[in-house]
Design a protein around this ligand. Structure first.
Ligand code: SF4
Length: 436
């Protein structure tokens, strides 16, 4: 959860990097609408826990700020508009979250009603939304996060054209839609002009970038590398969609960070089949072996779900062993939670208790693997992008670093990794801002 406030205009982002990036577009739209005393919750629906957190936050805001305009958008609002509307919040669709019209005062949207918050349960689609429906095939406007981070999150596509059986995101975001390469390059330029020296590309199904416009993620990365960008990082990728061109960029281009995050989800073929995933266990192992053979310092991250319906102990053992077989050092590990409207929710359930236990087991194994990986870097040098706090940062392989002495925020510095403190390395700066 992150918060940006100005003049009691607040945007609260939940969930993924794409939502955080879109949060900036919401902030600009709220400001342009001249909305006073407004709080916008940009919600997530990846798990029912995420939806519960959004509901709790909206309920608290309605209780504690009765005179404020409380707006909820994002995936949870998209999937459950009535439940938020019945609380008294204004609901804005994902499609309309970046539009100024979505935040116009009630007076301009509901002229008969006079001042104060919108009538309870208002679901507003601003005039410029016209008859646009979810999943409209228009081009996606790139979403660039704010300047408050040393790294810029750049959303380049939304939606997804796959139908994994556990996934609610595809229900909330509609079909896959990409931004144009020119528009993404322009947004990247903005980030560079703001002094952000690392750009993180993100989306719902990033690897499908360009499928709807006759281009590809590799072509987009090539276009961005024509800019003086120093560090380019890619968010979660479908292992089935890493073609030769993208593989070459990930393994041979120095400015593409040696850190690949894969949406693997499970380590058992029967589970992958029931998830309707496109890859199989052996594909994941082979891909990560090829990546590490082509670029020795590459770090592997992965999304994993524990306790998917019908997963038995032997199937789970396959996911647990995947941590070592794919050398996964960064795990985004979730216990399965049934999402209304998804096929998996209708399958025989394993049970929340077992799902949580298995997720905890996976996280422990992942932490052990990560600590071994971090310990192997002791004494080495690394190039670190310093965060806005001047005391922490990330190495190129995404290892988290705490600096023994402060450094200038947003700088890229060379450090020596001297110790490990839990999940992060302690480092001494060797040289201030090698690039300046
Ligand atoms: S690839 Fe699957 S999990 Fe990912 S957004 Fe699409 S349907 Fe959901």
């Amino acid at each position: 959860m992150s918060m940006a406030t100005a003049d009691r205009q607040e945007v609260v982002n939940f969930g993924c990097r794409l939502n955080i990036a879109e949060g900036e577009a919401i902030r600009s739209a709220v400001a342009a609408a001249g909305a006073r005393d407004t709080i916008v919750f940009n919600s997530c629906a990846v798990t029912d826990e995420a939806v519960r957190q959004a509901r709790q936050a909206v309920r608290r805001a309605l209780r504690e700020r009765p005179d404020s305009e409380v707006v909820v958008t994002g995936c949870a609002a998209e999937l459950e508009p009535d439940s938020f509307a019945s609380m008294g919040a204004r609901v804005v669709s994902n499609e309309a979250k970046g539009l100024v019209g979505s935040y116009l005062s009630k007076a301009s949207l509901f002229p008969r009603e006079g001042g104060g918050p919108s009538p309870a349960g208002a679901i507003s689609n601003p005039p410029e939304m016209g008859s646009r429906l979810r999943g409209d095939t228009r081009v996606y406007a790139p979403a660039l996060s704010g300047a408050d981070h040393a790294r810029a999150f750049l959303g380049v596509q939304t939606g997804c054209s796959h139908s994994c059986t556990f996934c609610a995101t595809v229900l909330a975001r509609g079909a896959a839609r990409s931004s144009t390469i020119d528009a993404v390059v322009a947004s990247a330029q903005t980030a560079l002009e703001r002094g952000q020296r690392e750009i993180v590309l993100t989306g719902v199904d990033l690897a499908s970038y360009g499928d709807d416009s006759g281009t590809s993620l590799a072509a987009l990365v090539e276009a961005l590398l024509a800019l003086p960008v120093e560090r380019l990082r890619l968010s979660s990728l479908d292992p089935d969609r890493i073609d030769d061109a993208l593989f070459a960029l990930l393994t041979q281009e120095k400015r593409v960070m040696p850190h690949v995050h894969l949406s693997l989800q499970a380590g058992d073929d029967m589970v992958l089949t029931r998830m309707k995933r496109r890859h199989r266990r052996a594909d994941a192992v082979r891909l990560t072996e090829r990546l590490r053979a082509a670029r020795a310092d590459i770090a592997i991250g992965a999304d994993l779900i524990a306790g998917f319906p019908t997963e038995d102990a032997a199937m789970f053992a396959g996911s647990l062993a995947l941590i070592d077989d794919c050398d996964i050092v960064f795990g985004h590990i979730f216990p399965y939670s049934p999402r209304a409207g998804t096929p998996a929710a209708r399958m025989p359930q394993v049970g929340r208790g077992i799902a949580r236990e298995r997720a905890a087991t996976l996280r422990e194994a992942n932490a052990r693997r990560r600590h071994r990986w971090l310990d192997a870097q002791l004494g080495r040098t690394a190039s670190v992008l310093v965060e806005r706090d001047g005391r922490t940062g990330h190495a190129e392989n995404f290892a988290a670093v705490a600096l023994a002495v402060p450094a200038s925020p947003g700088a890229i510095i060379d450090v020596r990794l001297t110790a490990r403190d839990g999940d992060r390395m302690i480092a001494n700066p060797i040289e201030q801002d090698i690039a300046a």
